[in-house]
Design a protein around this ligand. Structure first.
Ligand code: HAM
Length: 433
C-alpha cells in the first residue's frame, strides 16, 4: 500500500518544537491582555465574498491563492454557496464586529486571535499553505477614537514590547502611509501613467502588474528593476493634508516612546483594504520571506462589507516565521520554553509487583506540578536506565525495598549523582535538580 503523506505546504508540528509554539502563544496572550485585548475566535471558513470584497478581487490572495469550493445546496430551491478557507483573519473579525453589532456599545473593540490560515502559495522556507497567525484588531465607531493616530502608535509599541519580551533581536519596523481612500486612486493613476514607458523594460511580472495592479510593482525584488522603481512617483507626494498630519502624529508618538522605525515609501502591502498607516516588522534572518508580521489601518473595510463606519487598525504575525527566528537565535525564550524536551523524572517500577504503587508515586509527583513519565515493571533495569536517559533529567527507581522503606532511589543523569530520598520530599528534590 502506498504511504499517505501530509499535503504539500502543510506540516506537522511535533514536540519539543510545540513547546516553543506554546511559549510564543502564551507570551502573546500575556502581553495583549496587558493592553486590554480580548480573544476572538472566528470560523475557519467563510462565505467567499467576504474575502473578495475585503482583501480585493485583484490581489494575489483572492485571484489565485484561496481554497474555495461550492457547498452543495441542501434543497433544490436553495442556491449553492461558495465557501473559502480563510486566507487571513481581519475580514472575519470585521464581519463578526458587524454581525454582533459591536459598534452599538460606542466603545472601541480590541480583539486578538491565534489560528491557522490558508493560502495556495508556492511553498518554501517560511512560506506554507497552512500557516499560523497571531493577530490583533482595534475597531470601533469614530466617536470611540478609532481613527486616532494614537491607536496606530499603541499597536506598534505593543508589537515592539511583544518581540522584546520574547527575546527576538534584530527586528526592524518599516512604516508607511498609503493615504485615504481618495488619495490612493490618484496615486495609482500616476503610477500607471509613469509605468507606461518604463514597464516594457522591466521583468515580466512587472509588465503584468503594471496593467492589473500597479501598486504591486513596488514589491518587485528583481535587482535590475530597483532603480526604475525608486524613480517612480512616491505615495507620500499624493497624501492629502489630513493623512499627512495623521502619519506625522504616528511617527511623533513612536519617537516619544523610543520605538525605532524607518519610513519605507514602497511599503504598500498586498491587501486592498489598507488606508493610511501600513507597516511590516522584518527580520534579516528569515531570507526571502523576511516579513515577520504585517498590518495597517483599514478605515473603509466595515463599509465595504455592508457594515457601519468603523475605522480600525491591526496586524498579523506569521507565527511560523516567528518560531523560525527564535530557533535560529540562542534566546532566553528558547531556554524558558524547555526545548531540550527533557522531563523532570522517569519512574522505573522495579518488578511488576511495584507497578500500582509506582503509578501512585507518579500521580503524587504530577499533582505536585512535575513532568513525569512512567516505565514498566517488566523492563530490565538496564533498559529502564537507557529509556530514562533519553527523555528525563533523573530516574526514580521504585522497587520492593523502596516500597518498604518509604525512600526512593534517584539518579540524576546530568550530574551522575545518586541519592535516597524520602517519598514526602521527592517532589521538592526533583524540582531543584
Ligand atoms: P499579511 O501580510 O498577508 O497580512 O500576513 C501577515 C503575516 O502572515 C506575514 O507578514 C507573514 O509573516 C505571515 N504569512 C503570510 N502568508 C504566509 C505563508 N504563506 N506562510 C507563512 N506565513 C505567512 C494579513 O494577513 C493581514 N490580515 C494583517 C492585518 C491584520 N492587517 C490588519 N489587521
Amino acid at each position: 500500500m502506498s504511504q499517505i503523506k501530509a499535503v504539500r505546504g502543510t506540516r506537522d508540528l511535533l514536540p519539543p518544537e510545540t513547546e516553543l509554539w506554546n511559549h510564543v502563544e502564551a507570551t502573546a496572550r500575556s502581553v495583549f491582555a496587558r493592553y486590554a485585548f480580548g480573544e476572538i475566535r472566528t470560523p475557519i471558513f467563510e462565505d467567499t465574498q467576504l474575502f473578495s470584497r475585503s482583501v480585493g478581487e485583484e490581489t494575489d490572495i483572492v485571484s489565485k491563492e484561496m481554497y474555495t469550493w461550492e457547498d452543495r445546496a441542501r434543497a433544490q430551491s436553495e442556491k449553492a454557496q461558495m465557501l473559502t478557507l480563510r486566507p487571513e483573519n481581519t475580514a472575519g473579525v470585521v464581519r463578526a464586529y458587524i454581525e454582533h453589532k459591536l459598534g452599538d456599545s460606542g466603545l472601541l473593540q480590541k480583539f486578538y486571535y491565534i489560528g491557522p490560515q490558508f493560502r495556495r502559495e508556492r511553498p518554501q522556507k517560511g512560506r506554507y499553505r497552512q500557516f499560523f497567525q497571531i493577530g490583533a484588531e482595534v475597531i470601533g465607531p469614530p466617536s470611540a477614537g478609532s481613527e486616532s493616530p494614537l491607536r496606530d502608535a499603541e499597536v506598534l509599541e505593543m508589537l515592539a514590547t511583544f518581540l522584546d519580551e520574547l527575546g527576538v533581536t534584530g527586528w526592524a519596523l518599516e512604516l508607511n502611509s498609503v493615504g485615504s481612500a481618495q488619495d490612493r486612486p490618484r496615486y495609482v493613476q500616476a503610477l500607471r501613467e509613469a509605468l507606461t514607458d518604463v514597464a516594457p523594460t522591466m521583468c515580466v511580472d512587472c509588465q503584468r502588474r503594471a496593467v492589473t495592479n500597479p501598486l504591486r510593482v513596488l514589491d518587485c525584488k528583481v535587482p535590475e528593476d530597483q532603480e526604475k522603481i525608486n524613480a517612480l512617483p512616491k505615495i507620500a507626494d499624493f497624501l492629502d493634508d489630513a493623512s499627512r498630519a495623521h502619519f506625522a502624529t504616528v511617527c511623533a508618538a513612536l519617537d516619544a516612546c523610543g520605538v525605532p522605525y524607518t519610513v519605507n515609501p514602497r511599503l504598500v502591502r498586498g491587501l486592498d483594504y489598507y488606508t493610511r498607516t501600513t507597516f511590516e516588522f522584518v527580520h534579516s534572518g528569515l531570507g526571502a520571506q523576511n516579513a515577520l508580521l504585517g498590518g495597517g489601518r483599514y478605515d473603509g473595510l466595515s463599509e465595504a462589507i455592508g457594515g457601519p463606519k468603523a475605522p480600525g487598525i491591526g496586524f498579523a504575525i506569521g507565527a511560523d516565521r516567528l518560531v523560525l527566528t527564535l530557533q535560529a537565535q540562542v534566546t532566553n525564550a528558547a531556554g524558558e520554553a524547555n526545548t531540550s524536551g527533557l522531563i523532570d523524572a522517569y519512574i522505573a517500577p522495579v518488578g511488576e509487583a511495584q507497578q500500582a504503587e509506582s503509578l501512585l508515586l507518579a500521580r503524587e509527583l504530577r499533582r505536585a506540578g512535575l513532568h513525569v513519565d512512567l516505565g514498566d515493571g517488566g523492563f530490565r533495569l538496564k533498559k529502564s536506565f537507557e529509556l530514562g536517559n533519553k527523555i528525563a533529567r533523573s530516574i526514580v527507581l521504585f522497587g520492593e525495598e523502596e516500597a518498604r522503606s518509604g525512600m526512593a532511589t534517584v539518579k540524576n543523569f546530568q550530574t551522575g549523582e545518586q541519592a535516597k530520598v524520602a517519598r514526602s520530599e521527592l517532589a521538592e528534590f526533583l524540582r531543584k535538580k
